[in-house]
Write a protein that binds this ligand. Structure first.
Ligand SMILES: NC(=O)c1ccc[n+]([C@@H]2O[C@H](COP(=O)([O-])OP(=O)(O)OC[C@H]3O[C@@H](n4cnc5c(N)ncnc54)[C@H](OP(=O)(O)O)[C@@H]3O)[C@@H](O)[C@H]2O)c1
Length: 286
């Protein structure tokens, strides 16, 4: 097995750089944006052919959800066109793809955790671009595995919710956090271990899967838990999402985007540790 991980310096890519060498017996190629742009079909094709790539884990993405409302073209170029380019190249060279997508393909009007078969209806341009990437893969490389995840964070960067809360708390800020957005946080290392498990599973089951940590919380609960685990007691005020819409550049986000992970657990036997326990692990390593 020769595995290519694209976007490898992002938060999931970095977690995979640490997890895959321990769990997967394969030649691993970790390449970041500067080394391999997924929108460049010639370079991509050459890389796959020259290195006899059998599997691609696509962590490359445009992930600035609010920025995407302003720069739709840049977001679409990577998340839709880039994924299409990847799908065509993989299909051409017989490589299998594990692609990462998002809970933001849903509109958040559900009352129960979303299943893979539930209707998608992205609210934001980012969500729409990620859905376009999914559609391209399903049509052009139907052997692909698409993993939708949610509220991803890791200890390796502060460019995520955990890092932002810790930074603001350290500055001594009074925090205002939305309490009406409900979902499931995901430690990037848990997702990386799930991807490793898929890669070592002898049989390949393509399709869409949901992966997040177990349990559900609001962004406010998440922030309170972060502060509790680091022993800080900054004041946190719960606010409604409407407050954020006063700023028109903020993309609409689903109110409820918890994901039902039964399918991936039953199919691949992966673990979905409890979100609070996984957050605790992350905090120990921050
Ligand atoms: N973060 C979340 O809360 C969250 C939630 C649900 C789903 N997801 C999905 O999970 C996946 C991983 O997210 P993440 O948090 O690890 O993202 P991330 O930290 O922003 O990493 C994305 C990586 O992709 C690279 N990249 C961007 N454009 C590229 C291109 N054209 N070619 C190759 N590489 C490119 C970026 O490099 P540069 O920075 O140098 O451009 C960066 O290293 C993404 O598909 C994302 O949509 C994330």
């Amino acid at each position: 097995m020769n595995i290519l991980v694209t976007g490898s310096n992002g938060q999931l890519g970095t977690a995979l750089q640490k997890v895959l060498p321990q769990l997967v017996n394969a030649r691993l190629f970790f390449v970041d944006h500067s080394q391999l742009d997924i929108t460049d079909s010639d370079t991509l094709g050459r890389f796959i052919a020259n290195n006899d790539i059998s599997h691609i884990v696509n962590c490359a993405a445009y992930t600035n959800v609010d920025g995407a409302e302003e720069d739709k073209a840049a977001c679409m170029a990577v998340n839709a066109e880039g994924v299409k380019t990847l799908a065509l190249a993989a299909d051409n060279y017989g490589a299998k793809i594990i692609h990462i997508s998002t809970d933001f393909v849903f509109d958040g009007h559900a009352y129960l955790p979303y299943k893979e078969s539930d209707k998608v209806n992205p609210l934001s341009h980012y969500g729409a671009s990620k859905r376009s990437g999914e559609t391209a893969l399903l049509a052009l490389a139907p052997e692909s595995i698409i993993i939708r995840t949610s509220w991803l964070y890791s200890p390796d960067t502060d460019r995520n919710f955990v890092g932002k809360i810790l930074k603001a708390a350290t500055r001594g800020d009074k925090l205002k956090v939305v309490s009406d957005q409900i979902g499931s946080p995901t430690n990037a290392y848990d997702l990386a271990r799930a991807i490793a498990k898929i890669l070592v599973t002898p049989q390949w089951f393509p399709g869409v899967f949901h992966y997040c940590n177990a349990g559900i919380c609001s962004r406010y609960d998440f922030a309170k838990a972060i502060l509790y685990l680091v022993g800080m007691n900054n004041e946190v005020t719960p606010v409604s999402t409407d407050t954020n819409f006063l700023n028109s550049t903020v993309a609409a986000r689903p109110y409820f985007s918890a994901l039902d992970t039964s399918k991936i657990r039953l199919t691949y036997g992966v673990d979905t540790p409890n979100w609070f326990d996984s957050l605790n692990q992350c905090i120990q390593n921050f």
